[in-house]
Write a protein that binds this ligand. Structure first.
Ligand code: UDP
Length: 338
């Protein structure tokens, strides 16, 4: 395994974990990130090109310099709540960034693309297990922008020789088990990270968004997958592309759903903290239940989630949150984060 892999969004949570996995497998991960939501200190496993994906001239330079064998595209605005408040930004930036990146790839003769899509492209589906053939009916602007990019990729595959692997992620959680990189967002919106913030004394309580969903305990059900398992699938997808096999869509989830209340209990057990919870209204755009019912990645890529128990994800996240973030995480301007 060798060659440069361009990692769009490599300074973000999943991108940084992917860079570590790529470097370990013998590739050179070249991060392209504008550092608006990514963190320069997270780029530890290969070079960093600070560039905006909507800047075609900069992308052309980056492709000419590194001549990547493939692109992994993690860069995206990805918060459901924010997407509901400002849908225009999600349509404009997610679509334009992906379009510019794909056109730069085609111009540079780099055809292999691994694209991060999402189970948010499915929307509310009345309790069905979701797989690659489930109709996509996104319930929010984030999911809608990702579905549109999937469609765009299909057109470039059909007419311009693009060779994509599309992964539809369910909820990604946890951190590098070796403690070298972690999950961190500013502002934080993700359930498990907010629970860890409360346990660490950084927030007084968690607001639970809705207890009147049509689920057994009334709270939303999600399928959580360890970030290490997720990036492992990306390496297998990359091998598939480099071996010349056909393009595919794969759902990536553990196949088990946990309610928000179950996640809260697991976080209490792992951290030993009472974690106070206040019940609030539903968050607009949230689907009641999103659980992966696909085994395609197992069958075709030989992928199996190995570390995706709720306890392991929260333990790895908690260790990184407690040990790594306060010591090593610096803001992009060089000042230490709180
Ligand atoms: N959630 C919550 N309180 C919070 C943040 C999230 O109750 O402060 C719920 C949210 O409504 C959803 C689940 O936790 O049902 C997971 O949300 P997250 O934002 O982590 O991921 P998403 O499912 O939106 O990708």
């Amino acid at each position: 395994m060798s060659g440069n892999v361009l990692v769009a969004g490599g300074a973000g949570y999943i991108g940084a974990h992917a860079c570590k996995a790529l470097a370990r497998a013998g590739y050179t991960p070249v991060t392209v990130d504008n550092l608006t939501t990514g963190w320069a200190p997270a780029v530890r496993f290969g070079p960093l090109e600070v560039a905006d994906l909507m800047d075609r001239a900069r992308l052309d330079e980056v492709f000419a310099r590194w001549r990547p064998v493939a692109v992994m595209h993690f860069a995206s605005l990805s918060q459901v709540g924010e997407a509901e408040r400002d849908p225009g930004r999600y349509w404009r930036e997610n679509i334009n960034a992906s379009l510019t990146l794909i056109e730069a790839m085609i111009a540079a003769g780099c055809a292999n693309l691994i694209f991060s899509s999402t189970c948010a492209t499915y929307g509310d589906q009345d309790g069905v297990m979701l797989d690659e053939d489930t109709a996509q009916r996104p319930a929010n602007a984030y999911g809608a922008s990702k579905r549109a990019i999937e469609e765009m990729i299909g057109h470039f595959a059909a007419s311009a020789g693009l060779r994509p692997v599309i992964f539809r992620y369910f909820n990604v959680a946890g951190a590098d088990p070796e403690g070298e990189t972690a999950e961190f967002h500013d502002p934080e919106t993700h359930l498990i990270l907010l629970l860890l913030d409360v346990a660490a004394g950084r927030r007084p309580s968690l607001t639970l968004f809705g207890t009147d969903y049509p689920t057994p305990d009334g709270t939303c059900i999600r399928d959580y997958l360890h970030v290490s398992d997720l990036v492992e699938a990306h390496l297998l997808g990359l091998e598939r592309l480099l071996a010349g096999e056909v393009s595919r869509v794969f759902c990536l989830g553990s196949g088990r759903g946990f309610s928000v209340r179950e996640v809260i209990e697991a976080a209490r057990a792992v951290t030993g903290h009472a974690i106070p919870v206040a019940v609030g209204p539903r968050r607009p755009g949230d689907a009641a239940r999103l659980v992966c019912g696909s085994h395609r990645a197992g069958r075709e890529l030989g992928w199996q989630p190995a570390r995706s128990s709720l306890a392991a994800m929260i333990e790895d996240g908690w260790r990184a949150h407690r040990d790594l973030l306060p010591r090593f995480w610096h803001r992009n301007d060089g000042k230490e984060s709180e």
